[in-house]
Design a protein around this ligand. Structure first.
Ligand SMILES: [Zn+2]
Length: 454
């Protein structure tokens, strides 16, 4: 504000953004952002609930708290604000979860939930792209008002520094290459929405994370990269809706998702249930035949049956439709599938990182379900027409096969026809998926905890 007669300590807050002297802006950011984020995190930690704490960190602080300022203030003005906010939120995540994270775990935590992360985005990473996208949007608004087509020439701010930083990020080089193009181009109008940038950045971060990880972690990350695995992290923690996880369940599930060892890696472990050899990550425990595999199977089957009943879909479970298991193709028989046909559904849960499996072959995370489907089809083809048979497959990381998704969609559709609006129908559908993943994860948590010192 030099030359405008405004002192270092003077300024105004305009539409939530400080406009004024250097000290004024610094004090504004300290008081309105850093201190508030700190107090918020302290209050969240004091709640004493891991599930509520992690949910609040994801939705109510960090990037979502500063996104407006980052779109309106140049990164040089923000100074170290983005990295400070990142550090406070990360510390809080570690305090709440009780896990001291490695740098690779931090990268994973910062990815979106659908890419295996926890949705705790990094402000520092996003600072230059947020500002450039903000300025493109600002310029388009201005252009609409004054009606000039020369949008690049009327860009209001010096974008050199943020563009240089973007250009230095390998995942964004195809968009901004300052060697061959000096500044913004009209094609970049589509990047007024920040999600266009962030998707490219997350994709690159994920690839880098996979490339830097050991074999088990590479396979684990692939297994978590889908839209169903993290549904349990997206719920509103509610006891009434059956969407609540205890602190012990949350802590073990966070470790499981991050690939942190549950037991000391340097020691040899024996499974207390079957006396067999056991790894430190839980790969043995989620498949150990003495660890309540049938209980997990039953819990998922009951949930599917409960929702099918509520949706008014006639079906029969298990022994009730044929006492002879050799004559029973699956766990549940829908008698009027698609308005009239019969459908037999066999439910199976598999662990993709089974100790005898080749982890290098995990490319999508659901290969083990494809194998399971083939096994089941071969087993039952003599007693059932395969057109009337589906394998509902889920992995221990929450991946679902195509048949599982089809079945959930059909039940969801039938369930939601009674919903008064499209919005409520979508909520019901989402709730069904969340319930399923919640039940699955509760069971996985139980199995993982069975060998831990209580
Ligand atoms: Zn065992």
């Amino acid at each position: 504000m030099k030359g405008h007669g405004i002192g270092d300590n003077e300024g105004l807050r305009i539409l939530g953004t400080p406009v004024g002297g250097k000290q004024f802006t610094k004090d504004f950011l300290d008081h309105n952002v850093t201190q508030q984020v700190e107090s918020f995190c302290e209050a969240v930690e004091a709640l004493g609930s891991v599930q509520v704490g992690i949910t609040l960190l994801k939705h109510c602080t960090g990037l979502c708290k500063v996104v407006h300022l980052m779109r309106t203030l140049p990164p040089t003005t923000l100074g170290d604000l983005p990295s400070t906010v990142d550090e406070i939120v990360l510390q809080s995540f570690q305090t709440i979860s009780g896990i001291v994270m490695t740098p690779l775990m931090v990268t994973q935590v910062r990815l979106p939930v659908s890419m295996g992360g926890f949705g705790i985005s990094s402000c520092e990473l996003m600072a230059p792209t947020l500002y450039v996208s903000g300025m493109i949007a600002y310029n388009l608004h201005g252009m609409a008002l004054i009606g000039t087509p020369a949008w690049i020439s009327c860009l209001p701010m010096d974008l050199t520094e943020p563009l240089q930083r973007i250009s230095a990020f390998p995942g964004l080089r195809p968009v901004v290459d300052l060697v061959s193009q000096p500044a913004l181009t009209p094609e970049m109008v589509k990047y007024k929405e920040h999600k266009e940038w962030s998707q490219l950045m997350y994709k690159y971060q994920f690839q880098q994370l996979v490339a830097s990880s050991a074999a088990r972690d590479r396979a684990r990350l692939v297994c978590l990269h889908n839209h169903s695995s993290g549904a349990w992290l997206e719920v509103c923690p509610s006891t009434q809706l059956g969407l609540r996880l205890s602190n012990a369940e949350m802590r073990v599930l966070i470790k499981w998702r991050l690939g942190a060892p549950l037991l000391l890696p340097e020691l040899q472990h024996k499974c207390p249930l079957c006396n067999g050899g056991m790894d430190c990550y839980g790969d043995h425990l989620v498949g150990c035949p003495r660890n309540g595999v049938a209980r997990r199977h039953g819990a998922l089957l009951n949930l599917i049956s409960k929702y099918a009943s509520q949706a008014g879909m006639p079906h029969v479970i298990d022994k009730n439709y044929n006492p002879d298991s050799r004559q029973r193709p699956g766990d549940i028989a829908f008698t009027q599938w698609n308005g009239g046909e019969r459908l037999y559904v066999d439910l199976t849960v598999r662990h993709p990182l089974n100790l005898s499996a080749d982890w290098g072959k995990v490319k999508q995370g659901i290969e083990c379900l494809e194998e399971a489907s083939k096994e089941k089809e071969t087993k039952y083809q003599r007693i059932v027409n395969l057109d009337e048979f589906m394998v509902f497959g889920a992995t221990t990381f929450g991946g679902l096969n195509e048949h599982a998704q089809t079945i959930l969609l059909e039940i969801g559709r039938a369930y939601t026809t009674a919903a008064p609006s499209e919005e409520e129908a979508m909520e019901d559908q989402c709730h069904l998926n969340q319930q399923l993943l919640m039940v699955l994860n509760k069971e996985v948590a139980r199995m993982l905890r069975s060998a831990l010192p209580q």
